[in-house]
Design a protein around this ligand. Structure first.
Ligand code: AMP
Ligand code: ZN
Length: 483
C-alpha cells in the first residue's frame, strides 16, 4: 500500500468557507486548542471538543503533516477563584490564596489527563498553564498600551476595540452596534454587549494577585490564550480550535489582542466544533445537565464506545447524547473488531466460486481512497466510515464463499491499522497500555515526518522499554505486539 498524502480542507469560521490546510514555511502545522478550565471534572460535552481536536490532529499527521499541537490549561479565572477561595478566611495571605488555587487546579488537571488517556486522546506536544505565563501576558498588554490599543483605569486594563478595525471579523459582528468606549469587566458576555473588554483585572478582596505595572491584579481570561499561543506557537499559527461557544467573545478577543500587538494576522484558520446536547439543550455545568466520563463508566459505558460515538458523527453537527445512542456505536465497533479477528485468522475454503466475486485488493484500495478523501473533506467521518463498513460487508460476503488469501487478509488488516490511527478503537491487541503505545507511535511518526531522527529513536527506545515490539511495514504503516 502506498502511503496517502491527501490534502485536508477545513471549514474556516473566519471566512465561512472551506479552505485547504496550508503548513507554515517550515512545513509544520501549528494548532492552538483552547483547553479546559481546571476547577472541576470536565463533562462529556467538553470532551466532545477535545475528541474533535484529537481527530483533527491525527488526520493531519496521517496525511503527512508534521503537527505541533498546543493545548492550554486555564488555571486562573473567575470560577476557579470562586471555588478555590471560598473556605479561606478573610485574613488569608496572598501566598495562601495562590496555594489554594493551585491545589484545586492541580487536582483537576490530573483528573483531566486521566480522561484524555481513557479516551485515547493523544497528549499535546505542549500544555502550557496560564499561571506560568503572567509575565508574557503583562508584556503583551504593555505592547497594546504602547500602541494606544489598551488603557488603564482604576488598576484594571481594557482593550480599546475602536482602535481595531478588524474587531468583529470572526463573529461577524455589526460594527454599528458596538459600544466602544464603555467597558466590561466580566470575561463572558453576550454579543449584544460588545464593549472594551478587560485584559488585566485590578485586585479585589479575597482573590490571589500578581504584581503588575498597574498594581496588584490578575489576568483576564482572553489574554491568557493570546500570550500562551504566541509564546509556544509563534506569530503565525495555522489553526486555532475550540467549541462554537468560544467564537464570541473569547476568540474574537484573542484576535484583537494578538493582531493588535503583532500588527499582522495571527491565525489562518479558526475551526470550531459543535455542541454535545442533551434533550435539546447544550450540555453545560451551569444548566446542571451534564455527565462526566466517570458517570458513563459507572453506567458500564466503555470510554472507547463514547469516543467512537462522537467521532462517527460530523464535528460540525450537533450531537444529541443518549445512552441508547451509544449502543449503536458499541455495535458498530463490535462489527469492525470481529472483522479484524476474522482477517487475523485463516479462512476456511468456502462454498466455491461465487458469481459476484470481487477483486479484494483493488476493492480495499478503492475503500481506502474513499476513506481518506472523506477525511480530507472537513473530517467527514460519517462518509469515511461508510466506506469502511461497505468494505467489511463486501469482504465478509466474499470470504464466506471464497476464502481470502493471506495477502488479501493482510491488506485488509493494514487498512484497519491505518483507520485505527485515526479512530483508536480497533487496535491489534486490546490491553491497558494501548493508549500509551499508540500515543508513542503517533509521536514517533510525527518526529519522523519532521525528520527529527534523534527524537524518533528516543521514542522507539521508550516503546521498547514497555516490552512492545514494533515492526515498520514497507507500506509505511507500523504494527506492534507485546514481546
Ligand atoms: P471550558 O472548560 O468551559 O473552557 O470548555 C472547554 C471546551 O469545551 C471549550 O472548547 C468549549 O467550547 C467546549 N464545550 C463546552 N460545552 C460544550 C458542549 N456542550 N459540547 C461541546 N463542547 C463544549
Ligand atoms: Zn482560549
Amino acid at each position: 500500500m502506498q502511503s496517502m498524502h491527501l490534502p485536508v480542507s477545513l471549514f474556516n469560521t473566519l471566512t465561512r468557507g472551506m479552505e485547504p490546510v496550508r503548513p507554515g514555511e517550515d512545513g509544520q502545522v501549528r494548532i492552538y486548542n483552547c483547553g479546559p478550565t481546571v476547577y472541576n471534572f470536565v463533562h462529556i460535552g467538553n470532551l466532545r471538543t477535545f475528541l474533535f481536536q484529537d481527530l483533527l490532529r491525527r488526520t493531519l499527521v496521517a496525511s503527512g503533516h508534521p503537527v505541533r499541537f498546543c493545548m492550554n490549561l486555564t488555571d486562573v479565572e473567575d470560577k476557579i477563584i470562586r471555588d478555590s477561595q471560598k473556605d479561606l478566611p478573610e485574613s488569608a495571605t496572598n501566598v495562601e490564596r495562590h496555594g489554594a488555587m493551585k491545589a484545586l487546579t492541580e487536582r483537576f488537571t490530573a483528573l483531566f489527563l486521566e480522561d484524555l488517556d481513557a479516551l485515547r486522546i493523544l497528549r499535546p506536544d505542549v500544555m502550557p498553564k496560564a499561571t506560568d505565563h503572567i509575565p508574557h501576558m503583562i508584556a503583551l498588554i504593555q505592547k497594546l498600551e504602547a500602541k494606544g490599543l489598551a488603557y488603564a483605569r482604576e488598576g484594571s486594563v481594557y482593550c480599546r476595540i475602536a482602535g481595531l478595525p478588524q474587531y468583529g471579523c470572526l463573529a461577524h459582528l455589526d460594527r454599528e452596534g458596538m459600544r466602544a468606549g464603555t467597558s466590561v469587566d466580566s470575561d463572558e458576555y453576550e454579543r449584544d454587549t460588545v464593549n472594551d473588554f478587560v485584559l488585566w483585572k485590578a485586585a479585589k478582596a479575597g482573590e490571589p494577585t500578581w504584581e503588575s505595572p498597574w498594581g496588584p491584579g490578575r489576568p483576564g481570561w482572553h489574554i491568557e490564550c493570546s500570550a500562551m499561543g504566541i509564546e509556544h506557537l509563534g506569530e503565525r499559527v495555522e489553526i486555532h480550535t475550540g467549541g462554537v461557544d468560544l467564537i464570541f467573545p473569547h476568540h474574537e478577543n484573542e484576535i484583537a489582542q494578538s493582531e493588535g500587538a503583532l500588527g499582522h494576522p495571527w491565525v489562518a484558520s479558526w475551526v470550531h466544533g459543535e455542541f454535545l446536547m442533551v434533550e435539546g439543550e447544550k450540555m453545560s455545568k451551569s444548566l446542571g445537565n451534564f455527565f462526566t466520563l466517570r458517570d458513563l463508566h459507572e453506567k458500564g459505558v466503555d470510554p472507547i464506545a463514547f469516543r467512537f460515538a462522537i467521532q462517527s458523527n460530523h464535528y460540525r453537527k450537533l450531537y444529541n447524547f443518549s445512552f441508547e445512542g451509544l449502543k449503536g456505536a458499541e455495535n458498530a465497533l463490535k462489527r469492525i473488531r470481529a472483522f479484524r479477528r476474522r482477517m487475523e485468522g485463516e479462512g476456511e475454503a468456502g462454498g466455491g466460486a461465487w458469481k459476484e466475486a470481487l477483486q479484494p485488493l483493488p476493492r480495499i484500495e478503492e475503500a481506502r481512497h474513499t476513506f481518506w478523501k472523506a477525511m480530507g473533506d472537513d473530517l467527514n467521518t460519517p462518509e469515511a466510515l461508510a466506506a469502511l463498513f461497505t468494505l467489511i460487508t463486501d469482504l465478509n460476503a466474499q470470504d464466506d464463499r471464497i476464502a481470502l488469501s493471506r495477502e488479501e487478509r493482510d491488506a485488509a488488516l493494514a487498512f484497519l491499522d491505518e483507520t485505527n490511527a485515526i479512530f483508536a478503537a480497533w487496535p491489534t491487541e486490546v490491553g491497558s497500555a494501548d493508549g500509551e503505545v499508540e500515543a508513542l507511535l503517533a509521536a514517533r511518526k510525527a518526529a519522523k515526518a519532521a525528520k527529527d531522527w534523534a527524537e524518533a529513536d528516543r521514542i522507539r527506545d521508550q516503546i521498547k522499554a514497555l516490552g512492545i515490539v514494533i515492526e515498520d511495514r514497507k507500506d509505511g504503516t507500523t504494527v506492534w505486539h507485546r514481546g
